[in-house]
Design a protein around this ligand. Sequence first.
Ligand code: PAF
Length: 285
Amino acid sequence: MKIVNSPPEMKNLSLTAQSGGSTVGLVPTMGALHEGHLSLLKLACQYCDFLVMSIFVNPAQFGPAEDLAKYPRPFERDCELAAAAGCDCLFVPQPQDMYPENYSTYVNVENISDTLCGASRPAHFRGVTTVVLKLFNIVSPQIAVFGQKDVQQLVVIKRMCQDLNLSVKILTAPIIREESGLAMSSRNVYLSEKERRESSVIYKSLMAAQELYESGERSGEAIRRRVRSIIDKSDTVRPEYVEVVDTARLKSVDKIDRKVIAALACRTSESGTRLIDNIILGGDL
Ligand code: PAF
């Protein structure tokens, strides 16, 4: 597996692979790989023959009070896992190469970047779409894989690709969970033992939402209430939002008459870790 730091070198490598007939795939990550990332790589392997994984802890998507400095960066381990998962190239740009002095251009997908997680993380999705578009421009992938766990990110990125006529095909990988049901996330390392145990309440609440939906309930409010009532049983996991939204505009739905996303964000009381999760009711994304 080749490790590349320089954006121009990455661009050349990718274009050379493509001119040799390879399909280039990209899995953008911030490192600290877990089973969830490995499942994205596995899916990408099925659709491309030159697989690039990027590792870049993107400062533009962290708010001033967020965990940019302490975000886990186990680089050696990530390299081993990426190579074992079939990556051909690891792209690891440096912040000064991605955002040099006088950097001034940002991509903002309006409206859907401001709801759900965007409501409490105002510049987050602007940072995500900016870096993802930069990565697409550097790597020129024909396919890119994102996880359903970050469902708003996925919807925002798909919207950006459509609105800006990008030709990259976005593939979605399902959420990978720990045995307790907790969705895998690089931030789970922040959780105390008690928080990790109690965070299983999040998945339980989403399973209850699914059960209610499958029993015929079509009121968004009834489903939101059911999810909250289960999470409220924990004194360690506090909901930041619980929403039932449509899959295109991410607007709150009252009467469910098409597929919807039941999405939530919680914060744990000891370490203050923010956890997100979701489930699609009535179909796939
Ligand atoms: O999902 C992530 O890890 C990040 O938001 C991404 C897509 C790599 C952009 O920095």
